[in-house]
Write a protein that binds this ligand. Sequence first.
Ligand SMILES: [Ca+2]
Ligand SMILES: [Ca+2]
Length: 446
Amino acid sequence: MYVDLTRVEDEDFEAALPQLEAASGIIFDLRGYPQVSIGTIGHLIDEPVKSPQMWVPLVTQPDQQNLEFEFSTWEVEPKAPRFEGRIAFLTDGQALSYAETYMSIIEHYQLAEIVGEPTGGTNGNVNQFSIPGKYTLYWTGMKVLKHDGSQHHGVGIQPTIFVSRTIQGIAEGRDEQIERAIEAVKQSPTSAVHTLGSTTVRAADGMTMVYVPDGEFRMGITGSLADHPHAVALDSFRIDQTEVANNHYRRCVEAGTCRAPTTCSWGEPTYEDAARADHPVICVTWQNANAYCRWARGRLPTEAEWEYVARGPDSAIYPWGDEFDGTRLNSCDVNCPHRDQRVTDYDDGYALTAPVGSYPSAVSWCGALDMAGNVWEWVADWHGPYPLTRQTNPTGPESGSERVVRGGSWFDYNEYGFLRADNRHPYEPRAADHLVGFRCVVPAGE
Ligand SMILES: [Ca+2]
Ligand SMILES: [Ca+2]
């Protein structure tokens, strides 16, 4: 079923509810400004959702002196009937302002496939002044960030499936974006398997994901003040079996969503090296990693999820147990170019990065590989001291200046505990470094 949200109003929408409920696939066209209310999202959700926070400046004095902000956010409650079909939104640069608030909820909560091109990146209400001479000055009064605190302005909502219309298509009377959206809603969902040890392959990039059942563990480092141990309970999810490799990442670059990692802030990239297509992608910023996982219909793991995958319900120190074993991971071994840290006691086979999944004996309790060494991995959280009390699905501090990388790399040795599964390292999110890669998490239910 096709619904043009730029023309349909709430009344028409409500009249079509029986058909929408029964539809096996729905395409919502939001290539423009919506005429429907934000409440229409209620049919796509089971839990209440929120728009990103809007910062409304309170200007009381000239030159932005003593400028304060008032925060506002829109909430949407679930509404019956719940649409059960596969859903795609069409969007492009004609989606501005309120259209982008609407789409930001779709994007953040991953409520649908987003087909087309990025939205305008102009959210924030328009204000105007009339000045003598019949001139009107327009300015954006409100600051809008994305849900994760990153910039919206000039970035917009990114499609999960990037499709541009072409002159040839228009000449032939075709709409390539609708054609691709029809394909997307026709795809049958992969049936999810919910047992420890089960795997699924992700359509977007071919990545194998392992299922992680819900449970509880002790997160943190025994004896540490800032990183002190505390109980953490987590819901089930699925996580990439290995670090994301260059050949996975290439699919996102070719889709037009990801930056090709051809430059580094430190070290040399491997992305262009065909011989290292199965090595972890490196020289990616936190933002690059986050964009990739979004494109793959997932997200970066939270710090707690990452640590749970590495340590398990028994909170082991390494994925394989409590004793370090230099042959089970790629670290700064006898081959390592880093002379000061090279450990000559063992040979792991690699001087720099190793192909992902090279150490099957280091498999963690739920089937994940590369959790120790090879490359550090970005996680979603800002860095900050751990809370003192038991947490459920923690997402870390609300804000911060550094994100966190986990697991250590080919460049590290174990003396400072860098390769331990409980170790955490604060890191500048804009760094694109040859020691850092990532993996993604997707909800268990999809
Ligand atoms: Ca090595
Ligand atoms: Ca790793």
